[in-house]
Design a protein around this ligand. Structure first.
Ligand SMILES: *[C@@H]1O[C@H](CO)[C@@H](O)[C@H](O)[C@H]1NC(C)=O
Ligand SMILES: *[C@@H]1O[C@H](CO)[C@@H](O)[C@H](O)[C@H]1NC(C)=O
Ligand SMILES: CC(=O)N[C@H]1CO[C@H](CO)[C@@H](O)[C@@H]1O
Length: 292
């Protein structure tokens, strides 16, 4: 039981999910996304964890490497984290997380097929003050259990989660630990990371524009690439008026933390080259970019 307790404590200390979202000015988020699957494949490890600072991937851990591996530019920030310790922490969390997945599958006698367990947790700072936190789990895509800081305690959202709640609240200190993680430790970690990485998160990378036309198709595309932050306004103008967007491409992280987006336009005879142009508005630009 002693081992169980210390593992659970470290789990509570460390658990958190994160999903990339836009953040308002002066607001920063540290978040974690955990995914466990009952049927791992070559490309899908049984367990993986991704940590984010705002919408930027901070580090990645999985059941194959068993190591927390920071991405650029974080990997070059000497002292931002002790990666050996972080790896050990993720290993401890992995075992609790996978044990919980097993408990749920046992409860439902879900022996067949592939099952997924996900956890998301994290915290936010607004003007250096703790401004939000969350900690929740989903089983096969359905809400499973969530931490409520007011109660404080775990709120089951699924019959099997009653057992999980019992386990995670077996001692009052577990609950206090989870609350303290969200309200104190996580914001403190985030403050520390910001000492190293605030400038990177605050950076303004201006988009570059390009127009492409696929031969044989009657649409042209206006691309904005390599920009940061994510929020962008990209549209076609015809005869001085904004053309209602027909098709817009998703914002795709380019792999180095910048984004890519496009908007297409059907070329018809009345839209001549001279009257149609593309316009990009982004926080990094004093003046909108225009062009064809
Ligand atoms: C942010 O808040 C922490 C804790 O309240 C404090 O120690 C730190 O000095 C603050 N930092 C800034 C830049 O205000
Ligand atoms: C990001 O990657 C894109 C495409 O690989 C490249 O064109 C761009 O210069 C890179 N931007 C930065 C800031 O490294
Ligand atoms: C390398 C390694 O530790 N792999 C582990 C991944 O997870 C499975 C199931 O949880 C373990 O059986 C492996 O040992």
């Amino acid at each position: 039981m002693g081992t169980m307790v210390s593992v659970l404590l470290s789990l509570l200390l460390l658990l958190g999910p994160a999903v990339p979202q836009e953040t308002q000015a002066g607001s920063y988020r540290l978040s974690f996304l955990y995914t466990g699957v009952s049927r791992p494949t070559d490309s899908l490890p049984s367990f993986q964890a991704t940590a984010y600072l705002n919408d930027q991937v901070f580090f990645h851990y999985d059941n194959k490497s068993r190591k927390a591996i920071p991405l650029d530019p974080w990997s070059q920030m000497e002292g931002i984290e002790d990666w050996e310790k972080e790896s050990e922490l993720q290993q401890a969390r992995e075992s609790i997380f996978m044990e919980t997945l097993q408990d749920i599958m046992d409860y439902y006698k879900d022996r067949e097929g592939s099952h997924t367990f996900q956890g998301r947790f994290g915290c936010e700072l607004l003007n250096n003050k703790s401004s939000g936190a969350f900690w929740k789990y989903a089983y096969d895509g359905q809400n499973f259990i969530e931490f409520n800081r007011e109660i404080p305690g775990w709120v089951p959202q699924d019959p099997a989660a009653l057992n999980t709640k019992r386990k995670w609240e077996a001692e009052e200190v577990y609950v206090q630990r989870a609350k303290a993680y969200l309200e104190e430790e996580c914001p403190a970690m985030l403050r520390r990371y910001l000492q190293y990485g605030k400038a990177f998160l605050d950076r303004q990378d201006p988009p570059s524009m390009s127009i492409t036309r696929t031969p044989g198709e009657d649409t042209i595309k206006c691309w904005a690439s390599d920009f940061y932050p994510q929020d962008i306004d990209l549209h076609w103008i015809q005869g001085g008026n904004t053309v209602e967007t027909e098709v817009r491409g998703d914002l795709l992280p380019s792999g180095n933390g910048t984004y890519l987006s496009w908007v297409s336009l059907t070329v018809s005879p009345w839209r001549t080259k001279n009257t149609v142009f593309c316009r990009i508005v982004h926080s990094s630009l004093d003046q909108p970019l225009t062009g064809l």
